[in-house]
Design a protein around this ligand. Structure first.
Ligand code: CP3
Length: 345
């Protein structure tokens, strides 16, 4: 029996639709906070397979989601390339800003395979646990940051609203920026292929900052790397679907879906589901896009926003999700109610 999530990504209009939520493992869950305290540091949590397996499974045990997503972070790829990374309490990620050819040359591809080995051990462990406890039901999603979003953090050195340093580099030093993008594209293929070999049944590319780019740069640095990654993975693993998430991509999401060849397209909170369904026809599965704040609010606001999305997506391949990650103040019982609502569709 094929898992509902994988049937939807294969282009089938599964109903009720499969459901999982971005950041379903995280600080809104008391059991996550307990493991996080035990690990101490966030990077230690991502690189200790027993703990990472445990937090990946927590939302599956609580809610029986249709997909588990590997517990890791998009910034573990630069970490594995030897680029410094730390998570400062309350500040988010901090990295040494990459601004010149010397910093690019210092990235060490030779270390990649060895440094990602604990993450691959987590993938193998979660897959074994799912096969044992959720057979035929819950699919395992591997993931990576898309090259542009990873470059945003590497060049800027921290989070930002505008990512001016990275856009500045794309205009002023296109050769350096393209060399960084090529390196990230190639290593992302290696990283995702390794996750698939370890047991991931689908992979997702998070391009959280795609929306800061004008159309020409969006084509070059969002669409083109996603096309290359999808084509390389398809060639090696023809049955493993790729979900793209060009967040805040606006009108460019239709071109993204057509030109990249992805099997699934994540919709951010701002996208009108009726319009998206017209712009991106089957067999591409749409995934999204309840406002995480509607989930936090719960009650009638959550119910009506959910009903609107379900009505727009009925009859086409679709995976219910949020438009961005769960926010930490979300009451865990709201997540349970949401899953029930979707399953009653
Ligand atoms: O449950 C899941 O979704 C799987 C795990 C996952 C995490 N991050 C765990 C995490 C995934 C898929 C990500 C992706 C990620 N990480 C993205 C893309 C999606 C998005 O949200 O736009 C981005 C941009 C990052 C980078 C990142 N990691 C930031 C900006 C932060 C700090 C913000 C925050 O919420 O603290 C992180 C840390 C992080 N990654 C946490 C979690 C659960 C919080 C760490 C903690 O426990 O303190």
């Amino acid at each position: 029996m094929t898992k509902p999530m994988l049937r939807a990504l294969a282009g089938e209009a599964v109903w009720p639709p499969p459901v999982w939520l971005m950041r379903q493992a995280g600080r809104y869950l008391p059991e996550y906070r307990a493991i996080r305290a035990k690990a101490g540091d966030f990077i230690a949590l991502c690189t200790t397979p027993d703990l990472a397996i445990e937090v990946t499974m927590q939302p599956i045990r609580r809610y029986g989601m249709d997909a588990a997503i590997l517990f890791s972070d998009i910034l573990m790829l630069p970490w594995a390339l030897g680029h410094g990374l730390r998570f400062a309490e309350g500040e988010g990620p901090l990295l040494p800003p990459l601004r010149d050819a010397a910093a690019l040359a210092a990235l060490d591809r030779e270390r990649l395979v060895e440094r990602i080995s604990p993450i691959l051990a987590t993938v193998r462990g979660v897959r074994a646990e799912l096969d044992r406890t959720m057979p035929g039901q819950t699919a395992l999603i591997g993931f990576a940051g898309a090259p542009f979003t990873v470059a945003c953090y590497m060049v800027e050195g921290h989070g930002s609203k505008e990512f001016g340093a990275v856009r500045g580099m794309a205009y002023r030093d296109p050769a350096l920026f393209s060399a960084l993008m090529d390196l990230l594209t190639e290593t992302t293929i290696v990283y995702l292929a390794a996750q698939i070999e370890a047991g991931a049944e689908a992979v997702m590319l998070f391009d959280s900052w795609a929306g800061v780019l004008p159309p020409a740069l969006f084509r070059a640095h969002v669409i083109e790397p996603a096309r290359r990654i999808t084509a390389a993975l398809r060639e090696r693993f023809p049955h493993v679907p790729v979900i793209g998430f060009p967040r805040l991509g606006g009108l460019s999401i239709a071109a993204y879906a057509r030109a990249t060849g992805v099997q699934g397209l994540g919709l951010d909170t701002t996208v009108d589901p009726v319009l998206a369904s017209r712009l991106v026809p089957a067999p591409v599965a749409l995934q999204g896009n309840l406002d995480p704040l509607a989930l936090e609010a719960g009650g009638a606001a959550m119910r009506s926003a959910t009903a609107e999305i379900l009505a727009a997506m009925r009859g086409r391949p679709f995976v219910f999700n949020l438009g961005h990650g769960i926010v930490p103040p979300t009451p865990p019982e709201h997540v349970g109610e949401l899953v029930e609502l979707v399953r009653a569709a």
